[in-house]
Design a protein around this ligand. Sequence first.
Ligand code: ZN
Length: 235
Amino acid sequence: MEYYSCDMRTGGNICTSGHPRNGPQNLTYTNEQLDSCARAIAATGAKLGALGLTPATSSNFSMRLDDAHVAITISGRDKGALTSTDIMVVDLNGRAIDTSARPSAETLLHTQIYRCYPQANAVLHTHSRTQTVASRLFAAAGAVRIEGYELIKAIAGHVTHATYIDVPVFPNTQDMQELVDRVDAFIRADKSLYGYLIDGHGIYTWGRDMAEAERHIEAFEFLLGCELDLLRLKP
Ligand SMILES: [Zn+2]
């Protein structure tokens, strides 16, 4: 799919025009850049929605706008039928910028990834049935080990099937800071993290751009589905 670049760190331009009327005068991104991200997020939402990954208005998506801002889906919207008006801006602490709209309750999990991984420019979170069932089955083990699949090569940094990826499963909680702290402890211990499950909930993954993030979420969906099929079919 087409990729709308959101990384303006190389541009370094300061918005002097085009920002919303009556809005802050010191925004470091332009309306055009925000719109480009919004269109990319909406296109990804349509694709993932069609794949059944975003039931009942669940899931949330974001892209890095600049060093200090993230474009993210507004809470409660149908993620398979997004338009530009369903996307808002938050800072890296999850605070809404220039809008009264409410971002996803899980915004802090997105901004955590952007803070921890400077190379990450897109974060995707979905609630598919496959992800949810896998998280339940492997919650006690604390991780799903994915090993020996050709499609491991779809995950950045992997060049052979002859390896494995452990996808951690964190306990779910409505206390977002608690979840952020759990993920943070893991990130500090393992820099090779490319995605994680939350028990009974769904998956988070990310990429250097939206295309890579999409590839990761499709690969994890496929690989987790294979593991579930094997559990069903193995004697
Ligand atoms: Zn969620």
